[in-house]
Design a protein around this ligand. Structure first.
Ligand code: NAD
Ligand code: 0WE
Length: 264
């Protein structure tokens, strides 16, 4: 018996085998979940289909979360295919590249709206669309980053969006709690995914993270997968509205500890 045996889990935000969504999918499969995938657009289909085949995933549907119609359509297809859904994972974030360097105050109105729409509202919209088919004991999960709480240079608009995403997690936990549905977030350390590549200063940040974190190691999509198993399983039956840090302890530090650097 796996921790997720008998549960239907839908994962949004799969782009390739580096995606945090893929780490979560592999962990869910290992724990016996029945999986479904959703990806953003045509360009990703050729990457996502082979990954789905690897885990015998029978539900693979496109959904651009900026469209209410596409969200409604994927919810209707999921209702047909699964009947009920036990787990919904939102592993989606996007801002225009222009909004991810330089001064935050230069964020455009359109750029602000776009990042909030794709990175925040989509979690709310998905939750509402799936509400009728969520089974008692269901769990919703999203992915966030520490730039929501403290200033992470260049993260800019995404930091503001993640703050709103974390607040949305708490408000939805309150809304859905009486129905026995839990809503949580994982705050992951930096991981080399598509969304992190080509980001100004990511390399230095990635290395600095491992030097500063108590455990002196970077985190992986697999770590996120294992934390996601916990949060979406009955092991976390009364855990809701939480932001769980999967970050080697980075967020507890005020500065690097010079006594025990990795180099010694
Ligand atoms: P990724 O690029 O693999 O995943 C991001 C996903 O968002 C992609 O699959 C992309 O297709 C999807 N997406 C973007 N616009 C969309 C739209 N309109 N409709 C549907 N899907 C859309 O990168 P990732 O790092 O795995 O990111 C997953 C989540 O983890 C994001 O919320 C990200 O902010 C968060 N996160 C990432 C890191 C990191 O360092 N990589 C750290 C903490 C949190
Ligand atoms: O949440 C993220 C990724 C956010 C992201 C990244 C991109 C790059 C390409 C959202 N939208 C886009 N749009 C693009 O066109 N992370 C936590 C990874 C990340 O992104 C950063 C980081 C870190 C860490 C951006 C700036 C500074 C640090």
């Amino acid at each position: 018996m796996g921790l997720l045996t008998g549960k239907n889990a839908l994962i949004f935000g799969l782009a390739n085998d580096k995606s945090i969504a893929w780490g979560i999918a592999q962990a869910f499969a290992r724990e016996g979940a029945n999986l479904g995938f959703s990806y953003a657009g045509d360009a990703l289909e050729k990457r996502v289909r082979p990954l789905a085949a690897q885990l015998n995933v029978g539900f693979v549907e496109q959904c651009d979360v900026s469209s209410d119609e596409q969200i409604a359509a994927v919810a209707a297809k999921a209702a047909d295919h699964f009947g009920g859904v036990d787990i919904l994972v939102h592993s989606i974030g996007f801002a225009n590249k222009d909004e991810l360097s330089g001064f935050f105050y230069n964020t455009s109105r359109a750029g602000f709206h776009l990042a909030m729409d794709i990175s925040v509202y989509s979690f709310v919209g998905l939750a509402r669309a799936f509400q009728p088919i969520l089974r008692p004991g269901a769990a919703l999960l999203t992915l966030t980053y520490y730039g929501s709480v403290k200033v992470a240079p260049n993260y800019n608009m995404m930091g503001v969006a993640k703050a709103a995403l974390e607040a949305s997690t708490r408000y939805m936990a309150s809304d859905f709690g009486p129905s026995g549905i839990r809503v949580n977030a994982i705050s992951a350390g930096p991981i080399r995914t598509l969304a992190a590549m080509g980001v100004t200063g990511f390399r230095d940040m990635y290395k600095n993270f491992a030097d500063m974190a108590p455990m002196r190691e970077n985190v992986t999509a697999e770590d996120c997968g294992n934390a996601a198993v916990y949060l979406c399983s009955n092991m976390a039956a009364h855990v809701t509205g939480e932001i769980l840090y999967v970050d080697s302890g980075y967020n507890i530090m005020a500065s690097a500890d010079p006594r025990t650097s990795k180099e010694g």
